[in-house]
Design a binder for this molecule. Structure first.
Ligand SMILES: [Zn+2]
Length: 402
C-alpha cells in the first residue's frame, strides 16, 4: 500500500474527522464509564469489522480482517477526558465540567479515520488490524482492564506490535511526529506515607510521641537518600503533593498521626523495583529512631513506557518517507509524564508517537499545555495522524510474512 496515497485519501476525510472530534469534545466523559463517547464512536465505525465491547468499561475493540492471512497489529486511541472546567474560546467547548484537555478527542477521531483507511484497502492486508478505543487512560488503568478482558486477542492471535499517537497543544512544532527508542515516558505512581505516633500536650513532646517531626524528616531526607543509593544517570523523581497533620486551630496538641502523598517517577524497570526497596529501608530507619510506626504504600503506578527499537525505526522511516524528514523529531530525552500505553507496549511490543497539534499563530513553547483548562488543539492535523496510523499497519502487514 502506497503511504502517500493514504495521506491523500485521509485528506478527503478531514472535515468529517474534525466534525467527529468536535462532537466528542462536547460530550467529555470521565474514567472507565463513557457510554455517550462509546455510542458516538460506534456510529462512525459501522460495517468496518467485528466489534467487541468491554465488560467492565466502555471500550471498543474493532477487528478489521485482511484479505490475506498473517499476524495482527494493534492501534490504540484513548477516550477519556479530565475533571477540568474548560476555559477556551472554542465555539464547541465543553460545558459539563469535564474537558478533553489532553486531546483524547483527537485520538478517537484519528482512530476512526485510520479504521476507514484500513478497511477500504483490506485487500492489501496480510494479517489483521485491531483498533482499540480505550477508556480510563488518565490514572484509571483502562489499558490494564482491556488486557485483562482479552480485548487484544479478538483476532485469535496476540498482536505482534501496538502503535498509538498522542497529540500535544504545546512543546512540539505543529504536525511534527516525535518518538525515541527505549524509554519514552516515566512510570508514574503514588507513594502514600502515614506516621503513627501518640497524641499528647504540645508543652511536653517527650511525654507523647510526635508524628510530625519524623514525617518532615522523611520528606526532606528522602531525595538526598535516593541520591546516595540510586545511579544518578537513571533518575528518580519524588515530589510531595500533599501533607496532612494536626488541626489548624490548635498549636498545643500533638496529633496521633501525620501523612503525606507524593508522585514517584522512574525511567527504568530496574529503578521501578529498586526505589520501592530503598524507600522502605529509609522509612524503617526513621521509624526506629523516633519510635513511631510508619506505614507506606506505592500505588496506581503505570509501567515505564519503553519503545521497541525496531518499531521506532519503522515509525521514523514511514514518517520521513511519507511526510518528509522535517516532520520527524528524535526526542533526546524521555518525558516525565506517565501513560498506560506502557502496559500495552510491554505486553505486545510496538511504540508510542507524540504529535504536535498546537493552534496556528501561537508560540508552541509558551502555549497552554495538555491538561490546562486553556489547552487548545489544531484539529487540521487529524488527517495526517489517521494516515500515519494506517500506514504503520500497512507497513507492518503489507507483505506476506517471511
Ligand atoms: Zn493523554
Amino acid at each position: 500500500m502506497d503511504h502517500k496515497a493514504l495521506v491523500a485519501e485521509a485528506a478527503t476525510y478531514l472535515e468529517t474527522l474534525q466534525g467527529i472530534r468536535r462532537e466528542l469534545h462536547q460530550i467529555p466523559e470521565f474514567a472507565l464509564e463513557l457510554p455517550k463517547t462509546q455510542e458516538r464512536i460506534l456510529g462512525s465505525i459501522k460495517g468496518l469489522g467485528e466489534i467487541t465491547l468491554g465488560k467492565n468499561l466502555n471500550s471498543i475493540a474493532l477487528l478489521i480482517k485482511g484479505a490475506h492471512p498473517g499476524p495482527t497489529v494493534l492501534l490504540r486511541a484513548d477516550m477519556d477526558a479530565l475533571a477540568v472546567q474548560e476555559d477556551t474560546s472554542e465555539d464547541f467547548k465543553s460545558t459539563n465540567g469535564y474537558m478533553h484537555a489532553c486531546g483524547h478527542d483527537l485520538h478517537m477521531a484519528m482512530g476512526i479515520g485510520a479504521a476507514h483507511l484500513i478497511a477500504t484497502h483490506k485487500d492489501k492486508l496480510h494479517g489483521d488490524v485491531v483498533v482499540w478505543f480505550q477508556p480510563g487512560e488518565e490514572g484509571h488503568d483502562g489499558a490494564g482492564v482491556m488486557l485483562e478482558e482479552g480485548a487484544h486477542m479478538v483476532s485469535g492471535n496476540k498482536p505482534i506490535a501496538a502503535y498509538g499517537i498522542h497529540v500535544f497543544s504545546a512543546m512540539l512544532p505543529n504536525r511534527v511526529f516525535a518518538s525515541r527508542p527505549g524509554t519514552m515516558m516515566a512510570s508514574a505512581g503514588d507513594l502514600i506515607v502515614k506516621v503513627h505516633g501518640a497524641g499528647g500536650h504540645g508543652s511536653s513532646p517527650w511525654m507523647g510521641n510526635d508524628p510530625i517531626t519524623p514525617l518532615v524528616e522523611a520528606i526532606s531526607g528522602l531525595q538526598t537518600f535516593l541520591n546516595k543509593k540510586l545511579n544518578a544517570f537513571d533518575p528518580v523523581i519524588i515530589n510531595v503533593g500533599w501533607l496532612e497533620a494536626g488541626d489548624t486551630h490548635t498549636t498545643n496538641v500533638i496529633p496521633e498521626t501525620a501523612s503525606f502523598g507524593a508522585t514517584v517517577r522512574t525511567f527504568s524497570r530496574e529503578h521501578f523495583a529498586k526505589v520501592r526497596v530503598v524507600v522502605a529501608d529509609y522509612l524503617d530507619g526513621i521509624a526506629k529512631s523516633y519510635g513511631v510506626k510508619i506505614e507506606h504504600e506505592f500505588s496506581n503506578a503505570t509501567k515505564v513506557l519503553i519503545n521497541e527499537v525496531d518499531a521506532v525505526a519503522r515509525i521514523e522511516r514511514v514518517v520521513k518517507d511519507t511526510f518528509g524528514p522535517q516532520r520527524y523529531f528524535d526526542m533526546p530525552t524521555p518525558m516525565a509524564g506517565g501513560e498506560d500505553m506502557a502496559s500495552i507496549i510491554e505486553e505486545l511490543g510496538g511504540a508510542f508517537i507524540f504529535y504536535g497539534a498546537h493552534k496556528p499563530g501561537v508560540d508552541f513553547m509558551t502555549a497552554p499545555v495538555n491538561h490546562s483548562n486553556k489547552a487548545e488543539f489544531d484539529d487540521t492535523v487529524l488527517a495526517d495522524g489517521a494516515a500515519l496510523l494506517a500506514a504503520l499497519a500497512f507497513d507492518h502487514l503489507g507483505e506476506p510474512a517471511a
